[in-house]
Design a binder for this molecule. Structure first.
Ligand SMILES: Cc1ncc(COP(=O)(O)O)c(C=O)c1O
Length: 388
């Protein structure tokens, strides 16, 4: 048989899949497993959003829409960008896609040529690396300092081939938020060198310090021209299954992404788009409720982790993940996760999946009781086995 696509065959299977498959198998067998793997809020989609979807179905809004999204949703996104990020974008600058992941793929295909380099601070969300490769570009890994992205380290990674820098703040998997002074330096660096910034803002609403999320695009017209904002309704409104994400960029790039999307997926689901209009225009109190709950869980889980032997965990400023250092146990992150699952019935994600083998990732988007139970088990496991 002739070989299948080289481009697709080179995608590395996610290291988290093995753990996830084992976790699900254990659940199926009726085992009492505590899971910290899920990258999605444990809250239901707010009712007003569901009602908007029912109404769309009843009104027959169930047909193809404009490829890059209905005008009502583009207007709601433009209003959100103005209200929350102090940015002016118009309909032509916005492309609505089937989730943030799809929006990011559009960006990679529309922006990158074979051989282009994209700077990717480590640890990184694993999909970035694969999408950059799918676009036949090169991911240039760049270190961080205490899990913080630093302009100086990005600068050191720049070469004549650098096309873009990938930023994610708050970050999956670390929860780190880029400091304002660093963001300004990155903006200047990128604008001066005419390098694009892909700014993945999907966790922007989950910042627990007093600081507000600052979009790099808002730091001046020079950098705005080079920024592609990627965002999604998945995390903010607990709408992971609805698949609505979007980009805001220059019209030229938006038009390319629209063309691309017209041959790939066409429009995102019409019903989900109408629900998204309500999510963005309707009451925002559900976001605050989730943020408050995540904020409490964050403090609790970090305290518990730091009481365990051979574990140290920085207090993340955002998202809903903690990324403790387990290297003092002497185990690789994969080995640690396999053993923790088998011996203590606790599922966590190996840092190796994010390019960092010294850490593990835990999502605290689950109940406080669950967190307490999982932490008790992990503590016992570490007291018994967690020595180098
Ligand atoms: C950093 C980051 N960006 C983008 C996404 C994409 O989310 P979605 O495709 O559900 O919008 C995720 C989801 O886990 C994520 O963690």
């Amino acid at each position: 048989m002739k070989p299948f696509s080289q481009r697709v065959r080179q995608i590395t299977p996610s290291a988290t899949l093995a753990i996830d498959a084992q976790y699900k198998q254990m659940l199926k067998e009726g085992k009492d497993v505590v899971g910290f793997g899920a990258g999605e809020p444990d809250f239901d989609t707010p009712d007003n959003i569901k009602q908007a979807a029912f109404a769309a179905i009843k009104k027959g809004q169930t047909k193809y829409t404009a490829v890059s999204g209905i005008n009502e949703l583009k207007d709601a996104i433009a209003t959100k960008l103005k209200r929350e990020n102090h940015l002016d974008y118009s309909r032509e600058d916005i492309v609505v896609s089937c989730g943030g992941k799809h929006a990011l793929m559009n960006v990679c295909y529309a922006l990158l040529n074979p051989g282009d380099e994209v700077i990717l601070p480590v640890p990184y969300w694993v999909t970035y690396e694969e999408q950059i490769h799918l676009a036949e570009a090169k991911a240039v890994l760049c270190p961080t300092e205490k899990l913080q992205i630093k302009a100086r380290l990005i600068e050191e990674a720049i070469t004549p081939k650098t096309k873009a820098i990938m930023l994610n703040s708050p970050c999956n998997p670390t929860g780190s938020v880029i400091e304002h002074a660093e963001l300004k330096k990155i903006a200047k660096l990128a604008a001066d060198k005419e390098i694009f910034v892909i700014s993945d803002d999907v966790y922007e609403h989950f910042i627990y310090s007093d600081e507000e999320h600052v979009s790099i695009a808002s730091l001046g017209e020079d950098i705005r021209r080079y920024t592609i904002i990627v965002n999604s309704l998945s995390k903010t409104y607990s709408m992971t299954g609805w698949r609505v994400g979007y980009t805001a960029s220059t019209k030229e790039l938006a038009s390319l992404m629209g063309n691309l999307q017209s041959h790939q997926t066409s429009n995102p689901t019409s019903i989900a788009q109408w629900a998204a209009v309500e999510a963005l225009n309707g009451p925002q109190d559900s976001v605050q409720l989730m943020k408050k709950a995540f904020g409490e869980r964050r403090k609790f889980i970090v305290k518990r982790l730091n009481e365990m032997p051979n574990v140290s965990c920085l207090m993340p400023a955002g998202a809903f993940y903690v990324f403790p250092d387990i290297s003092q146990t002497g185990m690789t992150s994969m080995r640690f996760c396999e053993r923790l699952l088998k011996e203590a019935n606790v599922a966590v994600v190996p840092g190796a999946a994010f390019g960092d083998d010294k850490h593990i990732r835990l999502s605290y988007a689950c109940s406080l009781e669950n967190i307490a139970k999982g932490m008790d088990r992990m503590e016992t496991f570490l007291k018994q086995h967690g020595q180098p």
